[in-house]
Ligand binder design. Structure first.
Ligand SMILES: *Cc1c(COP(=O)(O)O)cnc(C)c1O
Length: 410
């Protein structure tokens, strides 16, 4: 979002006009920003054979999937339904990596039948899959390198207590299964969590990967997952993708030389590609002065936008109705009958009832985590693409609340 002549704009389109057209609450995404992020990755890893797979759990609207397919990206899917959405969006099955955890062998077989790349994160599943398919269906293996990434428990997935991946200490067992069943391991994968704080942590994980990779002779790709951090506030830390590209490229090339073949380097970013490409807008229903603070109460809540409550995520809040007002301190809250606080003690341009607030970084893990809690309707999604705005998901209606309910005679 940019401020031009005292009006906020998204990719050149007037925000207040978009709000008038689509109402609030509303999610608005811009493909130009997604493209920019995608190209940053390509540029950072220009000297290796790179394949980016958009982790679609961050934002699963079918149009966003189609957009990423058109840019040349693959897809990372964590459920068979995401796989199906990917196919619906036109992805070649070979460009979809299916990376579920704790799902049944049946679901994994469904993926195999559809022809997508299977990534296995459990010894018992590997064994069953190997016995069922032998060397007919190659697999990737998700390893757990036991490194900590980020400081937040809910988004660290590589450490010792994590449910994700097969421990590097269990590789002898993996090799026995590979030998017994004849299964071909074509990829190794790790995803250490959604907040890589520095390039060094990443490179430490990479060393462990290369160590493990050397003992698998049939590899086609090495998949470093994601966890790239994007800035959520003005002076926030973010992953320096150029620096990571430089260091990892060097290390990866050395590995490929030793391995004897050029492999594909894979990443599966979600947040990095779409977080900053989305903005969420809501209206201020009430201003409520209490003894301790001034609350701004919105026409939305944790049902539409749960990251602040679920992860303590900081999302910058801007009063788009009053760009040049006096800065004051507010606590911004939702209308749900829970404590759904979007932000405490935020300095925001003077808020009046009826004003519209924007939440930045609302592209990743926002709409996809929305619910109908309190029997509220989920908001619409709008896409700005090449200078035009498109409604890409309707606001729900009351009928949607009753759609799957079966009224019985009581
Ligand atoms: C969630 C997820 C990602 C994407 O993580 P981000 O932090 O959004 O980039 C990538 N790979 C797997 C397997 C995931 O589960």
């Amino acid at each position: 979002m940019e401020l031009t002549h005292n009006r906020y704009q998204i990719d050149g389109m007037d925000v207040i006009e978009l709000i008038a057209k689509y109402g609030t609450p509303v999610y608005i995404y811009e493909t130009s920003r997604m493209k920019q992020q995608y190209e940053k990755m390509l540029h950072a890893f220009r000297d290796v054979h790179l394949k980016v797979h958009f982790a679609c759990k961050a934002l699963t609207n079918i149009n966003v999937l189609k957009f990423f397919r058109k840019t040349g990206s693959g897809l990372d899917a964590v459920s068979i339904q995401e796989v199906q959405l990917g196919l619906e969006a036109g992805f070649d099955p070979k460009d979809i990596i299916f990376t579920p955890n704790c799902v049944s062998i049946d679901e994994i077989m469904e993926g195999a039948v559809l022809g997508v790349k299977i990534n296995i994160d459990n010894i018992s599943v590997l064994e069953q899959f190997g016995h069922m398919n032998g060397n007919n269906v190659p697999v990737g293996i998700r390893i757990n390198p036991h490194i900590m990434a980020g400081g937040h428990d809910k988004i660290s997935t590589g450490h010792i207590d994590s449910k994700f991946g097969i421990s590097i200490y269990q590789m002898p067992h993996v090799h026995r299964i590979v030998e017994t069943t004849g299964i071909r391991v074509e990829g190794l994968h790790m995803h250490t969590g959604s907040d890589i704080l520095d390039v060094d942590v990443f490179l430490r994980g990479a060393e462990i990967m290369f160590d493990v990779a050397a003992s698998f002779p049939d590899l086609e790709y090495v998949d470093f997952g994601s966890g790239f951090k994007v800035p959520y506030k003005p002076d926030d830390y973010f992953t320096d993708i150029e620096a990571l590209g430089k260091d990892l490229t060097k290390r990866f090339k050395k590995f490929c030389r030793e391995y004897g073949r050029d492999l594909t380097l894979v990443f599966e970013p979600g947040k990095f590609l779409v977080s900053e490409a989305g903005t969420f807008f809501a209206r201020v229903n009430v201003i409520k002065q209490t003894l301790s603070t001034v609350f701004a109460g919105l026409n939305t809540g944790l049902n539409h936008f749960i990251r602040p409550m679920f992860y303590d995520a900081h999302h910058q809040i801007i009063n788009v109705s009053n760009p040049k007002g006096r800065m004051r301190i507010y606590t911004v809250v939702g209308y749900i009958c829970e404590t759904d606080t979007f932000g405490w003690d935020r300095t925001i341009s003077d808020i009046r009832e009826g004003d519209y607030l924007a939440f930045l970084n609302a592209g990743a893990y926002c709409y996809t985590m929305a619910s109908n809690y309190n029997s509220r309707l989920r908001p619409p999604e709008v896409l700005i693409h090449e200078g035009k705005d498109y409604l890409i998901r309707e606001r729900e209606s009351f009928d949607d609340l009753l759609k799957n309910q079966i009224m019985i005679d009581l």
